[in-house]
Design a protein around this ligand. Structure first.
Ligand code: UFG
Length: 330
């Protein structure tokens, strides 16, 4: 299939591009490079474009005879979304409608969407199934939910075929060592811990040690980015084979606390990592763990990296060999 990947030069996008190419698809990356890296998709046809510009999208869809789209291009920082909501409504919501309209005009009927656990908000039960109430607590989560709702309306009325994949905590890097996570600023736990291990930060600050969890720190479901990438390829193939699509959680079903992540990193790195205990970060639920039974059952998805040390090891390989990300590999 000819697949256009918006946001394909980002962290999860670039890993999915690699998986699509390996599965034999013809991939075109569409990215504005506001946060993505051209080097993460070297050798893949690339269009520098903006999802809020219909002409950019239509041009790429037609020029490459696109059959399906994977849509990653979005703003994705919870904290920033609360400070600058307009940025999120413009890129994630207005950009989303613009994309759907371009698809309609170009006759493209299949889309895989990069959604998030943030659509659930504070969990009522753990593990979280797809039927859990949707009460996002951030602007970011709301914009992702709005796009999911648009997808459902476009399916009902225009026959769009979609899968929305709700990721929990994406982590790790491609085991081949050439691509990985490179955000500026970095806000995610595992890269921050590894930057502290490399001496690039003085210490990692634990955001809250008084949660109602066994060790007092927040528990999250860390899912390897390569497993996420595989799920996108499976979701696309299932849709093309006539599958129903819809929403799917993607997590590995195991929760790990912030302290357990730091301990895993210490085992992988083979050294103590400097840690500070700090206040809670606003809006962090104590525990977020997915039920991914539906993806396993309907897509035949099976995460390969279920061991936390192994996930952290792949991230460490990337950070150690690319201490400055894509800018200056060592
Ligand atoms: N944490 C720290 N110190 C840090 C950074 C993070 O203690 O320096 C903690 C957080 O408080 C949280 C855990 O580590 O308990 C994981 O934090 P991340 O920022 O790595 O990830 P989040 O769980 O906050 O965010 C993820 C996705 C978001 C998504 C959200 C859903 O990255 O896109 O889950 O709630 F919106």
């Amino acid at each position: 299939m000819n697949v256009l990947v918006t946001g394909g030069a980002g962290y999860i996008g670039s890993h999915t591009v690699k998986a699509l190419v390996e599965a034999g698809h013809h991939v075109v990356v569409f990215d504005d490079l506001s946060t993505g890296h051209r080097a993460s998709v070297a050798g893949v046809p690339f269009v520098q474009g903006d999802v809020t510009r219909r002409e950019d999208l239509l041009d790429a869809l037609k020029r490459y005879s696109i059959d399906a789209v994977m849509h990653f291009a979005a703003k994705s920082l919870v904290g920033e979304s609360m400070q600058d909501p307009a940025k999120y409504y413009v890129n994630n919501v207005a950009g989303g409608v613009t994309l759907l309209e371009a698809l309609r005009e170009a006759g493209v009927e299949t889309i895989i969407f990069s959604s998030t656990a943030a659509v659930y908000g504070e969990p009522e039960s753990i593990p979280i199934p797809e039927e859990h109430p949707l009460r996002p607590t951030s602007v970011y989560g709301r914009t992702k939910l709005m796009f999911e709702q648009m997808l459902e309306d476009y399916r009902r009325v225009y026959g769009l075929r979609y899968a929305a994949l709700r990721y929990f905590n994406a982590a790790g890097a491609d085991p081949g060592g050439q691509i990985g996570e490179d955000h500026d600023p970095e806000t995610h736990l595992i890269p921050i811990v590894l930057q502290a291990a490399l001496g690039q930060r003085e210490a990692v600050t634990i955001f809250g040690t008084d949660y109602d969890t066994p060790d007092g720190t927040c528990i999250r479901d860390y899912i390897h980015v390569t497993d996420l990438a595989d799920a996108h390829v499976l979701a696309l193939e299932a849709l093309k084979a006539g599958g129903p699509g819809g929403v799917y959680n993607l997590g590995n079903g195991n929760g790990f606390s912030v302290r357990q992540v730091i301990e895993a990193a210490e085992r992988v790195v083979g050294a103590k990592i400097p840690v500070k205990e700090g206040d809670r970060r606003a809006g962090d639920p104590a525990v977020l763990v997915a039920s991914s039974e539906k993806a396993r059952r309907e897509l035949g998805w099976k995460p390969r990296f279920t061991d936390l040390d192994e996930i952290v090891r792949t991230a460490w390989q990337w950070h150690r060999s690319h201490p400055n990300g894509y800018a200056r590999p060592s």
